[in-house]
Design a protein around this ligand. Structure first.
Ligand code: BDR
Ligand code: CA
Length: 321
């Protein structure tokens, strides 16, 4: 069967690294290019991390483009060193890649790939949506060209993780997110509702650590750092699986139990709601008719726990040539 062309936009980041590895380990995925955006770390540090991870897995030919550093309003806030470490990979040593980023920007790369794979390109966005909004501005026809965009972000029925109501990717650039949700494309949103309730346990991290593949082993080491942060939240050594779950849903390998198609807007005010994803779930819970023009599938529940599938997929990776 034909492989699906993908563009990944990320802020690499420990769970971004897991999502990247998941795509590389999936035979049906043809990863055509990667853009980085400032989020967990700066866009340039994220790009360096991405190049190193690709090189460890034997995929150095996949181009990496640096995207925007600052959000639409204000400035990059310095990232999330308390979650992902100052280097974004929990202080785990990754060998130098020997490769460089390309000269086009992440948004330019997305627009070019959308034209080259018109009607079939899949976009997976697992950082702030700054580059995606920029690409919409570069080419307003983008939504017609892209087959589907999957976004890790937001919180529909649960609290946020960076404020009472906002999730980090959306809160780090609410203006960009609002434009992306308003554009007429088919969106799948993977919010905290499912990513917080699908934890990877210590036993799973141990399985990855035991791998002889350098990339998979390094992911196990990164998870030790990540679990340290989440221990303070969950009370045991485990971690939320945000970005890899979005990758698996984008690929179509996860069965969804509850995923209504609804309208989603983003709060861009400067009040306490800033960055909230306002999902109109009246149809799902109160029986109201679905809003005309609704085009965002919001994943609220999975059929099965995700971590065992993630571990199995990562352990199935072929060694780098
Ligand atoms: C999201 O924010 C980032 O820290 C993670 O990589 C993930 O994309 C979770 O809120
Ligand atoms: Ca991320």
């Amino acid at each position: 069967p034909a492989k699906l062309p993908f563009f990944l936009d990320c802020d690499t980041g420990i769970d971004d690294a897991l999502a990247l590895a998941y795509l590389l380990a999936t035979p049906s995925v043809d990863l055509r290019g990667i853009g980085t955006v400032s989020g967990n770390v700066s866009a340039s540090v994220g790009a360096e991390n991405t190049l190193k991870l690709l090189s460890m897995a034997g995929f150095s030919t996949i181009p990496v483009a640096v995207g925007l550093h600052h959000p639409q309003a204000g400035e990059f806030g310095g990232g999330a060193p308390h979650v992902h470490g100052h280097d974004g990979v929990g202080g785990v040593f990754l060998p130098g890649s020997g490769s460089a980023v390309v000269t086009e920007t992440a948004a330019e790369m997305l627009v070019r790939l959308a034209h080259e794979h018109a009607g079939s390109l899949r976009v997976l966005a697992i950082g702030p949506l700054t580059n995606i909004a920029e690409a919409l501005r570069l080419d307003p026809r983008l939504p017609e060209l892209v087959a589907e965009i999957t976004i890790m972000g937001g919180a529909a029925l649960v609290p946020g993780n960076i404020s009472a109501v906002a999730e980090a990717n959306i809160r780090n650039d609410p203006e960009a997110a609002r434009e992306v949700f308003a554009a007429p494309w088919s969106i799948t949103l993977v919010p905290l509702d499912v990513t917080m309730s699908n934890a990877l346990e210590e036993e799973h991290a141990t399985q990855l650590l035991a791998s002889s593949l350098p990339l998979v082993h390094a992911l196990g080491e990164m998870l030790a750092h990540y679990s340290g942060f989440y221990e303070g939240i969950f009370g045991r050594r485990c971690c939320a699986m945000h970005d890899p779950l979005a990758a698996a849903i984008a690929v179509g390998s996860v069965a969804l139990r509850t995923a209504p198609v609804v309208s989603v807007d983003v709060d861009t005010t400067s009040g306490p709601g800033r960055g909230q994803t306002v999902c109109d779930l009246r149809g799902q819970y109160l029986g109201y008719p679905v809003q005309a023009g609704a085009h965002c599938r919001v994943v609220l529940e999975l059929e099965e726990q995700f971590a065992p599938h993630l571990v199995e997929r990562l352990l199935s990776m072929a060694p780098a040539p």
